[in-house]
Design a protein around this ligand. Structure first.
Ligand code: TYM
Length: 345
């Protein structure tokens, strides 16, 4: 078996407000992995344009996501923070993967079906090919670990299938070019903990999402203490007291969601939370959740607001990160081109 250097890669789209789901499902994991791994964190602006974007708003959102990464504690000196469009090798490898992936594989992607909706004929080709670009993001660095929320699981499986098919289809060339048995690793999704799928505060059966028309459905990372408190207080619940055991959360999606959020924010398990709050009414639990959310998220929002205005600093972080990312990406593309049989000068 070929062994690969352990490397973490993940990406976040600059499309609208970052919310508690992005934070608990992904960004807190990004922060934690910094101590044990080399990490590359990307603002995926090429993915953003698979649906229409206003250029001025997109520019602002790219800076906002970067500011959020930094405000949450990602260190852009020790690790790499950059925006995808500045490393053209992502798009280049995505083309190669468009030729490796099968139509049948992409036809199964549930996120395309959800995002394209009923008007599929009118969806962009980019939206359809989105998962091949995502595979390229990861594999252009030959990354081995990918922290994401539950909703990205199917895309990660596709990235693994693409890596494997490339390795199989070009096995002889990979070996003769001196890369051993496999050129690409099988990237492993890291989807763990009590908040891998944070649900809407208005409807516990729907994912918390940037595109929900109700702002009360989500806590934005930029929300101030008052907004956070109001949204938690108004969050939908049911009429029963909280259960004392995790099994009692079954078929109670709103209770399950709030307990999961509390657990993730306080670094405990759901069972720990229920040990403290089980048997009690939602009002007391919600007060504690307001305090916890404001304590954890308040300083992040304030730091994000401060940083996002400092264009010179944010843009210098992205420029430095892009340059360092590009060195690695170029090396991979050079190898991919010789494996494919392209003549290089
Ligand atoms: P995006 O921008 O939609 O979301 C960024 C990250 O947040 C996670 N997430 C959630 N986690 C828990 N509960 C939720 N309600 C919730 N909503 C979002 C997502 O799972 C994701 O980890 N396709 C990706 C971006 C991407 C990428 C990549 C990720 C592009 N290339 C390569 C990893 C590796 C996306 O649209 O994420």
């Amino acid at each position: 078996m070929t062994s690969f250097r352990q490397l973490v890669f993940s990406g976040v789209q600059p499309t609208g407000n970052l919310h508690l789901g992005n934070y608990l499902g992904a960004i807190t994991k990004f922060v934690a992995l910094q101590d044990s791994h080399d990490c590359i964190y990307c603002v995926v602006d090429l993915h953003a344009i698979t649906v229409p974007q206003d250029p001025a708003q997109l520019r602002q959102s790219i800076r906002e996501v970067t500011a959020a990464f930094l405000a949450c504690g990602i260190d852009p000196k020790k690790h790499i923070v950059f925006n995808q469009s500045q490393v053209p090798e992502h798009a280049e490898l995505a083309w190669v993967f468009n030729c490796v992936a099968r139509l049948g594989w992409l036809n199964r992607m549930t996120q395309f079906k959800e995002k394209a909706g009923k008007d599929r004929e009118n969806a962009s080709v980019g939206l359809y090919a989105y998962p091949a670009l995502m595979a390229a993001d990861i594999l252009v660095y030959r990354a081995t670990h990918v922290p994401v929320g539950e909703d990205q699981k199917q895309h990660l499986e596709l990235a693994r299938d693409i890596a494997q098919k490339f390795n199989n289809d070009f096995a002889a060339s990979i070996a003769s070019e001196g890369f051993g048995e496999a050129f690409f690793p099988q990237p492993e999704p890291l989807i763990q903990g009590p908040a891998t799928r944070v649900m809407s505060l208005r409807d516990g059966t729907k994912k918390m999402s940037k595109s929900d028309p109700s702002d009360y459905s989500r806590i934005n990372l930029s929300d101030d203490a008052d907004a956070i408190a109001q949204k938690v207080r108004k969050a939908k619940t049911d009429a029963e007291p909280l259960p004392s055991e995790e099994a009692g959360l079954k078929d109670r999606p709103e209770a399950d969601n709030l307990v999961g959020i509390f657990a993730a924010l306080s670094d405990q398990s759901k069972a720990d939370v229920l040990r403290d709050f089980g048997g009690g009414q939602f009002s007391a639990f919600k007060s504690a959740l307001v305090d916890l959310s404001v304590t954890k998220l308040g300083p992040i929002g304030a730091e994000m607001k401060r940083l996002v205005h400092d264009h010179a600093y944010i843009d210098s972080v992205l420029a430095d990160g892009s340059e360092r990312a590009r060195l690695q990406a170029c090396e991979t593309m050079k190898a991919v081109k010789s494996i494919l049989g392209f003549v290089q000068h």
